[in-house]
Design a protein. Sequence first.
Length: 329
Amino acid sequence: MDSFAYGRASGIEDALAEGSGPNTVFLAGGTELLNWLRLGIAKPERVIDLTQLTGLAEIARLPGGGLRIGALARLNDVALNDDVARGYPVLSQAILKSASAQLRNLATIGGNPFQKTRCGYFRAEEALPCNKRNPGSGCSALNGINDRHAIFGWNESCVATQPSDPATALVALDAIFVTVHREGERRIEATDFHILPGDTPHIENALRHGELIVGIELPAAAPHSAYLKLRERESYEYAVVSAAVALDLEGERISRARIALGSVALKPWRLTEAEHSLVGVSANDNAAIRKIIEGSFGEAKALTHSAYKITLAKNAAVRAVRLAARASP
Ligand SMILES: Cc1cc2nc3c(=O)[nH]c(=O)nc-3n(C[C@H](O)[C@H](O)[C@H](O)COP(=O)(O)OP(=O)(O)OC[C@H]3O[C@@H](n4cnc5c(N)ncnc54)[C@H](O)[C@@H]3O)c2cc1C
Ligand code: SF4
């Protein structure tokens, strides 16, 4: 690990001033950043510790309904908060299926969406062709080991996936990331936070250098919601595929559906076509739900070894719709 200077921000203004310096990164829980430093994925000259910004760890109800979660709230504190667990079970479940209890006690909700892909070539200790890590060097996974890679939104520059569980739930909930920068405040829809590879797979999200997430806003509660994570073992493991679903129901009929798939692309992938077609369908009509979801995979495209993920993702989405319908408010 290369050496770097360490600073501790005393307030938001201080964090913005310090964070705008060249080759400077923020540190929240440190659970992801420390791995980047160890592997040489990040080589910052300066690290600005945010942990003294205690006002950013609160979870509060919004006046018009909904919740605001401070960016520095620890994952376990978010998942176990009563308002989150009752009103947004999809988020609570996604968090509790992330990492381990020890990590969740340290990791923050604001730091979580910044985690980088689990692509083995990207995280290798030796330098391998990887456009995300060394722009212009190629993509080793394109014709290499790609069984855990993308089925949506990829191109030849990068076929990796974004592994965050909470980010997938936040996209299904239409959450908003509230940010501050020296040039002002912004509100970014969760679905616009991560960026598909294009020609610049090393650019991963919509934030500018030195921009700070201060909070995440959730709109009205979504008690009929659920998160399904399919992985190789049931604990302490990243998803092969996941599905986050939030439903509005009128009786047994679906009046609104929101579905996001995780670990299938470089961003959580909304099944918008299925969301529209599910309106008016009975939540008990498994055959109709399956037909609609299977019909919404027109953009799915397998790599040499990732075709099984298309079947897995369809099944996950169908099962998650059923779980969300059964969730009791
Ligand atoms: C062994 C292991 C297993 C894991 N398993 C899972 C899993 O199954 N599912 C899952 O979803 N995640 C998993 N994770 C990822 C884990 O959830 C993230 O490491 C964690 O949420 C990151 O949060 P942090 O506060 O520690 O971020 P940090 O490591 O402190 O920060 C990472 C980067 O995020 C940026 N950042 C942090 N906070 C802010 C902010 N408020 N504003 C702007 N930028 C900010 C900075 O650039 C920083 O450099 C795992 C991690 C490990 C180490
Ligand atoms: S899939 Fe992306 S992260 Fe993986 S080797 Fe290719 S360019 Fe790098």
